[in-house]
Design a protein around this ligand. Structure first.
Ligand SMILES: Nc1ncnc2c1ncn2[C@@H]1O[C@H](COP(=O)(O)OP(=O)(O)O)[C@@H](O)[C@H]1O
Ligand SMILES: [Mg+2]
Length: 248
């Protein structure tokens, strides 16, 4: 009898699986046969130029768009046609591109809006958890969303997504438009959220930053995966470096 010293990960370790996903906007064929896998506990990053299909991929996972062909599975269950409000209760949280926070509501009220699937006691507990991750939000809890800086709005968008206690967090361009020092801070917090056990699918144009905190990555180009691998391998890859430097 043989003993497996390093057994292959069980298939249940794959929390999200996209297989041959094709997504359209009307006649526009935005995703062209995407295969992406996210395992429990990982940070996986999708990188690629503007228009590559990163946002469309996240929308296809969170149910805002449905794949016309192919499948999306969460924990082995087909969710290709599942509606977004149902997916939120199944553990998918999406902090969208552009943050979309409520400008007339306070930080605290914005967080409670995020917790619509939970009861009051659960929400209070989760608000406390978010304030622990983002002390800056706690300090400003009564401040209106519209008066926050870009970095604070991003923190709020992430905090709000965490309110449903997701099992997978989808983050769309969290560093977009932020000053370099805040970019560092946001990436540090994403890392910390992951260290506490959260699985994260991170979309970024800032490829090297994203790869520096990710386990694995996929490079998207016009709706297709053109390269994938460990973050370490991708970081030294010539194609990635060219894309990152904008030479391509
Ligand atoms: N609402 C939309 N209607 C039509 N086409 C869209 C829409 N949103 C995105 N697209 C197109 O889909 C492709 C992928 O876009 P997107 O996923 O937003 O890229 P990324 O997030 O990587 O910048 C692009 O060609 C873009 O023009
Ligand atoms: Mg985008």
């Amino acid at each position: 009898m043989t003993t497996e010293l390093a057994p292959a990960p069980a298939s249940t370790d794959v929390i999200l699986r996209l297989t041959d996903v094709h997504t359209y906007y009307g006649a526009i064929h935005a995703l062209r046969g995407l295969d992406v896998e996210v395992r429990r506990g990982e940070i996986v990053t999708l990188i690629g130029a503007n228009g590559a299909g990163k946002t469309t991929t996240l929308r296809t996972i969170s149910g805002l768009l449905h794949a016309r062909q192919g499948s999306v599975e969460l924990d082995g269950v087909d969710i290709t046609k599942t509606e977004p409000h149902v997916l939120v209760t199944k553990g998918i949280a999406h902090a969208p591109e552009g943050r979309r926070i409520f400008s007339r509501l306070t930080i605290y009220e914005n967080l409670l809006m995020g917790g619509f699937t939970r009861n009051k006691a659960e929400n209070e507990e989760q608000v406390a958890h978010v304030y622990e991750l983002f002390p800056r939000l706690k300090e400003r809890h009564a401040q209106k969303g519209g008066t926050l800086s870009g970095g604070e709005q991003q923190m709020l968008a992430i905090g709000r997504a965490l309110m449903t206690r997701p099992s997978v967090l989808l983050l769309d361009e969290p560093s977009l438009g932020l000053a370099p020092i805040l970019v560092q801070q946001i990436f540090r917090i994403i890392r910390e959220i992951n260290d506490r056990g959260m699985t994260i699918l991170l979309v970024e144009q800032n490829a090297l930053q994203a790869l520096s905190i990710a386990n694995r990555g996929y490079v998207l180009q016009t709706g297709e995966v053109v390269l994938s691998g460990s973050a370490q391998d991708l970081m030294v890859n010539e194609t990635v470096r060219k894309a990152y430097l904008g030479e391509d």
